[in-house]
Design a binder for this molecule. Structure first.
Ligand code: ATP
Length: 310
């Protein structure tokens, strides 16, 4: 019997939202699968935070629906959010007179109240503080934290209960370069364990290296969804005869979407493991190959063109 299709981690269908007379989100559809890192980007005021607040159930749509792991977040909120970790305000709100550890204990108590929720213990609190490099600050009052430290504590609280869906509004704003790398590593590691991650960001160069999908929101519309994994599968070969080499590479079963950008022939190969086979194939066809490299996709240039067109 074929396996049942996996339930998407996040499913947004036909979402519309207005603030007063102003339409903010128009007909948004998006799906995020378990293990996927989905980056939401777009100009200031495009509606990213509004979309994130609506997806987490903090704001209500005028029409459309949002499901987290199959549960409607607006009609079955506590069940839908049982496996959700989120930071929807930057920086997240904490009690400034309590320490980082005490604030996380409060979050642990809240996690225990969700349906089927278990209270993360002291070891887990220590673990997430260490993961976010906050051990040194653990027993200091949050009122004494810097902006970046509060931002990291927000992510610590979001991952405390081991979420299956993690939603972060601009998690790297206010962080230094090492802090940004830290968030990326945490997100990547959670996703490889099956957690679906949605994050909003303006940092295109960074997300281009690790997000799987990028949604471009412009004036409340999701104008494009870019599959970065497919884009990363392209390789380019500098050859003596790009047009002839393109015709020849098309015969290679592992090559697809073959094209030329003189002096290169470009092909999607699925993975790096296929590069030696492609080189051998080109050599067998009598083509001189001077250089082979990944054909990097310039997300920034793509984004700029897409937003200007929208
Ligand atoms: N509570 C509110 N009441 C009325 N209008 C709002 C409210 N929240 C947001 N808006 C409007 O909705 C639009 C989208 O705002 P939103 O904060 O979602 O954008 P954003 O893409 O997150 O922007 P940024 O990149 O600047 O953070 C803006 O025009 C904003 O003025």
């Amino acid at each position: 019997m074929p396996a049942a299709p996996a339930v998407p981690a996040i499913e947004v269908r036909g979402l519309h939202k207005k603030y007063g007379p102003h339409a903010i989100l128009h007909d948004i559809d998006l799906t995020v699968q378990p293990g996927e890192v989905y980056a939401l980007t777009g100009p200031n005021g495009a509606g990213k935070s509004t979309l994130i607040r609506t997806v987490t159930g903090l704001a209500f749509p005028d029409s459309g629906e949002v499901r987290l792991l199959g549960q409607d977040v607006h009609t079955h909120g506590s069940r839908a959010r049982a496996h959700l970790g989120a930071v929807v305000e930057a920086p997240a709100r904490f009690y400034p007179q309590f320490t980082g550890t005490q604030n996380l204990r409060i979050h642990a108590d809240l996690a225990a109240m969700t349906p089927g929720g278990q209270r993360p213990g002291r070891d887990r609190i220590r673990e997430v503080l260490a993961l976010l490099e906050l051990t040194r600050m653990a027993d200091r009052k949050v009122g004494e934290y810097s902006l970046g430290q509060r931002q990291r504590l927000g992510v610590a609280s979001a991952i405390l209960a081991g979420p299956q869906v993690l939603i972060l509004d601009e998690p790297t704003s206010g962080l230094d370069a090492l802090g940004i790398g830290l968030i990326h590593r945490i997100v990547t590691s959670l996703a490889s364990g099956g957690c679906a991650v949605v994050l909003s960001t303006h940092h295109l160069h960074e997300i281009a290296t690790y997000a799987h999908t990028v949604g471009i929101l412009s004036a409340g519309r999701l104008v494009d969804t870019v599959d970065l994994r497919a884009r990363r599968a392209a390789y380019r070969f500098r050859v003596d005869d790009p047009v002839g080499a393109a015709g020849w590479l098309e015969r290679l079963p592992t090559a697809s979407q073959v094209g030329t950008r003189t002096p290169y022939v470009i092909a999607h190969l699925g993975s790096e493991a296929q590069v030696p086979g492609a080189l051998a194939h080109l050599a067998a066809g009598g083509f001189q190959v001077y250089e082979a490299s990944p054909d990097h996709f310039d997300l920034y240039e793509y984004y700029r063109a897409r937003v200007e067109q929208a």
